[in-house]
Design a protein around this ligand. Structure first.
Ligand SMILES: Cc1ncc(COP(=O)(O)O)c(C=O)c1O
Length: 400
């Protein structure tokens, strides 16, 4: 296993400006290969998907390549990968479609740890269908969602469990295999928000047991769009509202209008780039991805530990339990200094670590974060020790 952060950094043109980017949980920077891949179809000529002209075939190839890439990344089947504008849009679409199968008196289970994109679409779909919403509460002190908090709410009328793979605010990771197994046992579908987990972990749809898994390539070095993976056989059972002339095939049935071919090409390049993060890895792309995500995890966890230890050593209040299984995301508050001031002062030093609640509306309310929220620093593949030290120096300067 080998991770060469200096070599990785050289591939990111945006880093030339000298900024230390800790806003990866909001969206990462992209490597040169992704930028090149996005421009290639536009430069070479691309038309609507078909097989007669070279430009049509290019569009066709780009779509198939992107489905295969996402399938390799998630341990899914290419025919079960759906693309959309964003995870939020996909979740609204799937909530409306899945809700067609609900009846008044049915129940769904959501979690208070979730980003609003995996909460509000379900609440609103439930309201329209006379379905009861039950909310599993995370433990405020630790940021952990106990499995029993979810399983304790399951019952014979539960139709769906929606839960995050990792909190975009606190980094905490619910036990997804245990939750999805319990959901399945009680006859409910599971919808997992993988937006914050996917950039940091080895994902295996089957091992997670998720019926639906949604994520966003712009959080893992790719362009701005969303992707969802599910078993194609399950997708066959769903009937979204769609245009009459549009394909009824799976997964096209769920993709409304013309796909963004250039962004799909960028997505494939992002997955390929991730698969090369462990430069010693060999074999199929899926195998290289698994090795690379392990190497990336070790790199990111070491930096997150350095950051959190450094912050705690300065008396900064870090949310969440440092000893729990978490993504490399640190949410913190500096006593006596408003979060927005920390954000702007760090920005003045070329350190991007925004403040807010980051659409984690329910968790932020339970944590009592207030209007300004807190400061969030996320480690990304291109983060290095000097970035972390610059952030720590910025905090020290604020307090002196
Ligand atoms: C955990 C989580 N879920 C969902 C979303 C929404 O993703 P998108 O912007 O693709 O709709 C985000 C975005 O920040 C997120 O962090």
């Amino acid at each position: 296993m080998s991770y060469d952060v200096a070599a990785v950094r050289k591939r990111f043109p945006a880093l030339a400006e000298g900024t230390a980017y800790f806003d990866g949980p909001g969206g990462t920077q992209v490597p040169d290969a992704v930028i090149e891949a996005i421009t290639a179809p536009l430069r070479d000529g691309v038309s609507n998907r078909a097989t007669v002209t070279a430009a049509e075939r290019r569009a066709e190839d780009v779509v198939h390549a992107a489905r295969s890439a996402m399938a390799d990344l998630l341990g899914a089947e290419p025919g079960g990968v759906v693309f959309g504008r964003s995870m939020t849009q996909l979740t609204y679409d799937f909530a409306r479609t899945i809700a067609k199968q609900w009846s008044p008196g049915d129940e769904i289970v959501l979690s208070s740890l979730d980003h609003d994109a995996n909460f509000r679409p379900w609440v609103q779909a439930a309201e329209s269908s006379g379905v009861r919403v039950r909310v599993a509460e995370f433990t405020v002190g630790t940021g952990v969602l106990p499995t029993e908090a979810v399983t304790g709410l399951l019952g014979p009328r539960t139709r769906l469990v929606a839960v995050t793979g990792a909190s975009n605010l606190l980094g905490s990771r619910p036990d997804i295999p245990a939750i999805t197994a319990a959901a399945r046992e009680s006859g409910a579908l599971s919808y997992v928000d993988g937006v914050h987990l996917t950039p940091h972990a080895r994902i295996d749809l089957r091992a997670l047991g998720a019926d639906f898994y949604a994520c966003s390539p712009y959080k893992f070095l790719g362009p701005h769009l969303g992707a969802l993976a599910a078993d194609p056989a399950l997708l066959e059972t769903l009937r979204p509202d769609k245009l009459l002339p549009a394909s009824d095939a799976v997964p096209e049935r769920f993709e409304f209008g013309t796909l963004p071919y250039e962004l799909l090409a960028g997505t494939t390049a992002a997955v390929d780039f991730l698969s090369g993060l462990d430069s010693t890895a060999t074999g199929e792309r899926r195998t290289r991805l698994l090795a690379s995500m392990t190497a990336l995890g070790a790199h990111e966890d070491a930096l997150a530990r350095r950051l959190e230890d450094g912050l705690r050593a300065q008396g900064v209040r870090c949310h969440g339990d440092p000893d729990r299984d978490r993504t490399p995301t640190v949410l913190f508050e500096v006593d006596g200094v408003p979060a927005e001031r920390v954000y702007t002062e760090l920005a003045g030093r070329g350190v991007n670590a925004p403040s807010g609640s980051f659409y984690a509306y329910e968790p932020a309310r339970r944590l009592g974060l207030g209007e300004q929220g807190a400061v969030r620093a996320g480690i990304a593949p291109y983060t290095d020790e000097s970035d972390v030290d610059r952030l720590l120096d910025g905090i020290a300067a604020l307090r002196s």
